[in-house]
Design a protein around this ligand. Structure first.
Ligand SMILES: Nc1ncnc2c1ncn2[C@@H]1O[C@H](COP(=O)(O)OP(=O)(O)O)[C@@H](O)[C@H]1O
Ligand SMILES: [Mg+2]
Length: 364
């Protein structure tokens, strides 16, 4: 049967794929990816304050994953509006911040129940900020950005979509015969293709699928917290990403797709780990600098606090129990005076930016 881009792909084959997935090349790439992700997991455990990771890496991931879908904002805007005044952000930043929230909610939900079709619906709703359900009406197509030509038409009919999603769910959980023998990273890559090919929603499929990738790594205990910046890889090679998905559909080209995803895991696990090392080092230097230049206000907790997020508010110091409001304000002003922080006014609120931290997070 030949694939016709303009007709609903109701024949999308159920998983598992009818090919040998774990070729020599795939196994080799898989070993490298497993090693990199294991190191990232260990590095995450060593960092004293996990909030540093939780508050920063998911924002980078959210920015990149949204940009893949042409929802374009900057990491500066993300950091600035995260956690407060979200309503004042521009629409693209708001939407990208919702991706971060969706990732966080999905992570929380893993404690209550395993990843499922319902988790996907919940994530898609959180990303889109409106009620979303499995597609009921025809008309969803994927087209080339430039030429507008239709390149893929997903299956139609809610019952059929739900049936395909049930199969996808079983694959992810290894309850299909043979699936539990496949490495979880390969299962993630296969599952991501399948989810995108099913394309259960009218919009938000790409982002929902990418949130699910990260949650899956947590569910499979390859990571403790969802702090892999995988969309960085995808954004930087978007054409290859789209082409890879399409080539599985058109030609059953699983191997290049799996290699693409596994290399992405390896590269971004290393990138994220380097960032963690960099943050640790900068925190150490900054703590020493405060002790030297502002000894009277120095405490290790204060130094750590300005690395919990790139923008610190007086209320953060108060909430951390380091000082009452007046003193907290003095602390941050003093840190600005010695050049560790920069004071900004947003509306009536004072924000203290940690420029070294921001530069580090943004640098490649
Ligand atoms: N040829 C293809 N076959 C299946 N899925 C595709 C193909 N090309 C792109 N995709 C997926 O579709 C996503 C875009 O779908 P969409 O519902 O608009 O997601 P979002 O709203 O997050 O942008 C891409 O990010 C990609 O994951
Ligand atoms: Mg879209």
């Amino acid at each position: 049967m030949t694939f016709d881009a303009s007709r609903p792909y109701n024949e999308l084959p159920a998983l598992p794929p009818a090919v040998e997935l774990e070729s020599r090349a795939v196994l080799k790439a898989c070993i490298a990816a497993r090693a990199a992700i294991a190191e990232l997991k260990a590095a995450g455990r060593l960092i004293p304050n996990q909030a540093v990771l939780i508050n920063t890496i998911p924002l980078l991931e959210a920015q990149a994953s949204s940009e893949i879908e042409n929802i374009v904002t900057t990491t500066d805007q993300m950091f600035l509006f995260a956690g407060a005044n979200e309503g004042d952000a521009d629409p693209a930043t708001k939407e990208a911040l919702r991706y971060r929230t969706a990732l966080w909610e999905g992570y929380q939900a893993l404690r209550a129940r395993p990843l499922s079709t319902n988790t996907a619906i919940q994530i898609c709703r959180a990303i889109k900020g409106v009620d979303m359900g499995i597609r009921r009406t025809p008309g969803t197509t994927l087209s080339n950005d430039r030429t507008r030509e239709v390149i893929y038409t997903p299956a139609e009919g809610e019952a059929l979509l739900r049936e395909k999603l049930a199969n996808w769910e079983q694959w992810m959980h290894g309850t299909i015969a043979g699936a539990d023998e496949i490495d979880p990273l390969v299962r993630m890559a296969v599952g991501h293709y399948q989810f995108e090919a099913i394309h259960p929603f009218t919009d938000g499929n790409g982002r929902t699928g990418r949130v699910i990738n990260l949650l899956y790594l947590v569910e499979q205990q390859l990571l403790d917290i969802p702090v892999l910046y995988l969309s960085r890889h995808i954004l930087r090679s978007r054409t290859e990403y789209y082409r890879g998905l399409q080539a599985v559909t058109e030609a059953g080209a699983w191997e290049p797709w799996l290699l693409y995803m596994l290399e992405g895991v390896t590269a971004t696990a290393r990138w994220t780990m380097n960032k963690i090392d960099g943050v640790q080092q900068l925190l150490q230097e900054t703590a020493e600098r405060i002790r030297r230049d502002a000894e009277a206000i120095y405490s290790r907790e204060l130094a750590e606090l300005i690395f919990v997020r790139p923008y610190c508010r007086i209320s953060h110091v108060v909430d951390a129990g380091l000082a009452k409001r007046q003193t907290a304000s003095t602390y941050l002003k003093e840190l600005a005076a010695i050049g560790v922080l920069q004071e900004h006014k947003i509306g009536r609120e004072k924000l203290f930016l940690n420029p070294g931290f921001i530069d580090l997070l943004k640098r490649d």
